[in-house]
Design a protein around this ligand. Structure first.
Ligand SMILES: Nc1nc2c(ncn2[C@@H]2O[C@H](COP(=O)(O)OP(=O)(O)OP(=O)(O)O)[C@@H](O)[C@H]2O)c(=O)[nH]1
Ligand SMILES: [Mg+2]
Length: 361
């Protein structure tokens, strides 16, 4: 789908550890900073209880969940916007993703170096946020210089953008990320063909480790609440160990650690929400499959996710909601009750739709 989340944070925050847990990968993890230099890319399956309920109705041979792509990015340090540390490399990878998982080190462990020699989640968040803001400021200032010349020669579009830019520059100078501004459709950076790092939605991950929370934790929680961003608390190291275990051993270890649900499912669910993704389902006699699309996608484009040719060859969609199908217990019963709707090319696919696409040649 091209919707990707990037894991960002200071070196040794636990990004690669969390990435491995999410995507069942084996990216290098080590107690010294800058273990990750190039990025790691992987996908995580989206666990969806609706698949089990639908499976009982259609008895498929195979169930295929949908997935989300994660990118594990090199650690950032102060001055990254000017190229410090792995700054330029880090930032170019941040540009390539649609939303950010900001991993914050909240665990104390004397064996794991901290580039600033103390655990201070709020300070760390501010370092990363500031680097993104400074990079945006640099880009906007360059664009403003360019557009000023055009505006002087009477370019109306450039004049309009200059007004918007000056408001964005003012916000960034006060430490406010672009994502927190009310961005009306026309005033979105994308509408001006500009990609801003601080416009990307963020979900914070507090990597609390196995030890007691540090005192600075409360101020971090307060900051995130003030920003109205999401926060998931997890122990990345434990999550990475859990995914390596057989299900029965995993259950036993979770019980021993007093964990009811893995934080990974919550992170994946909230990541999908952050990307404004919804799921629809397709069924054949063999496969029940989940697919993700951005909210607001119309039926032909949803068909195009299954196979690019399907978008052009789309004729109609036969649609039933998961709720109706599960209530009827089978497709034939739902059909008999007239619950399958025929929808055309303007139909906006809804979360949980079960769809049979009619495709031409
Ligand atoms: N005690 C403890 N150690 C952790 C936890 N999460 C990660 N670590 C350790 O912290 C060290 C750094 O973890 P990484 O996942 O490599 O960190 P990173 O953020 O990817 O670091 P860079 O790639 O250098 O930016 C490793 O030794 C991990 O085992 C945790 O929850 N508790
Ligand atoms: Mg790493």
């Amino acid at each position: 789908m091209g919707s990707k989340l990037g894991l960002v944070g200071l070196p040794n925050a636990g990004k690669s550890t969390l990435f491995n847990a999410l995507t069942h990968a084996h990216a290098a993890v080590a107690p010294y900073p800058f273990t990750t230099t190039d990025r790691n890319v992987g996908v995580a399956s989206v666990e969806d209880p609706r698949l089990e309920a639908l499976g009982n109705c259609v008895s498929p041979e195979r169930v295929v969940p949908t997935s989300i792509e994660f990118v594990d990015i090199a650690g950032l340090v102060k001055g990254a916007h000017k190229g410090e540390g792995l700054g330029n490399q880090f930032l170019s990878h941040v540009y390539s993703v649609d939303a950010l998982l900001h991993v914050v080190r909240c665990f104390e462990d004397s064996n794991v170096a901290h580039t600033l020699e103390s655990v201070d989640p709020l300070r760390d968040v501010e370092i990363i946020t500031t680097e993104l803001l400074l990079k945006d400021l640099e880009i906007l200032q360059r664009r403003a210089d360019h557009d000023q010349k055009l505006a002087r020669s009477g370019d109306k579009q450039a004049q309009k953008f200059l007004d918007v830019i000056s408001r964005w520059i003012e916000a960034l100078s006060k430490g406010i990320p672009i994502r927190r501004l009310p961005l009306a459709g026309e005033e979105h950076p994308q509408a001006f063909g500009i990609d801003l790092l601080s416009a990307k939605p963020v979900l914070y991950i507090a990597n609390v480790g196995e030890t007691a929370l540090s005192a600075a934790w409360d101020s971090l929680r307060q900051k995130i609440a003030d920003e109205q961003s999401g926060l998931v608390i997890c122990c990345a190291k434990l999550e990475a160990e859990l995914v390596e275990l057989e299900p029965s051993d995993r259950q036993a270890m979770m019980q021993a650690c007093g964990i009811q649900e893995s934080a990974l499912n919550r992170i994946i669910r909230e990541s999908a929400t952050l990307l404004r993704l919804i799921s629809f389902f397709t069924t054949t006699s063999k496969i029940l499959q989940a697919w993700t699309i951005p909210k607001g996608t119309k039926a032909p484009q949803a068909a195009g996710v299954i196979h690019t040719d399907f978008e052009k060859q789309f004729i109609r969609a036969e649609v039933i909601s998961t709720k109706d199908l599960v209530r009827c217990a089978s497709e034939s019963a739902a059909r008999a009750q007239g619950l399958l709707r025929l929808e055309g090319k303007d139909y906006v696919v809804q979360d949980g739709d079960v769809i049979h696409f009619r495709i031409g040649q």
